[in-house]
Design a protein around this ligand. Sequence first.
Ligand code: MN
Length: 315
Amino acid sequence: MSNTHASGETVECPNLASQPTLKPVDSRKSILGSGLPIIRHLPSRSQRLIGPWCFLDHIGPTDLTTDNAVDVGTHPHIGLQTVTWLFEGALLHKDSLGYEQVIAPGQLNLMTAGHGICHSEESPPGFSGPMHGLQFWIALPAEYEDTPPAFAHHTDLPQWQQDGAEITLVVGELAGHRSPATVFSPLVGADIVATQACRLTLPVPADFELGLCINEGHAELEGETLKTGELYYLGQGRDTLILTLSAGSRIMLLGGEPLGQPVLLWWNFVGRDQERLNQAVSDWQQWPNDRFGEVSAYQGAPLTAPTLDPSVRLK
Ligand code: MN
């Protein structure tokens, strides 16, 4: 997806906490394109990053018809990976490397933007029905921000039962399991589904900064009720999470080691400094070019970068 944030500010994303905490993140409801409701959890004013995760949209739940189909035109990314993970529905990804991939629930689309890529995201032709899922961005560490772009589709992710919950490890590492998806710093993104009410004891790395995104149902952690449609920030320092999950609940555990580096986010670009973001905006304004390539399979108009105010300077 594409960031609609265009307030004229670059979002600076410091990692702040090193202690356990539990607080809801201020999130914003928005509409993408022709009618796709989303909740933008990250970045928010109260929370910029969770580990290396710098962006999180909760897509839907909604019912799509051919009238309000998803159609996010060709747009660029740098310095990040996009993680697309659906609970219901389908999306068709097309990118400048030539990939065309429909994603279904239980599958992972992982796009590494690195030095530069562009892509489009659409409902598959003729698609109608429920749509519900997540899209995350992971900031790449400085030493990998110019890595060559890549795309991978994974259908065989680690999955196990624990204490009555079914856990799918989408990316990273958790409880001795490791996802086959390529990532560039220690992190976790795990989908937890409770088909029945249960109490889940989950070992987690104490040096990971963690968050819990409540996608369906509700959960309880340390006496606090975690509500549907909310993202909670947990800080660092726990080695175990003991979660009470309602029947039918579905939550995403996300986080990782803080990068310990500045992370600047402008529109669909992530970088260490403003010059890098300025260059990406300029390169997209002069698109098509070698940096971003072309999505020859997408027929619609490309997205335009919002104007980056050159007076906005960052430390
Ligand atoms: Mn995108």
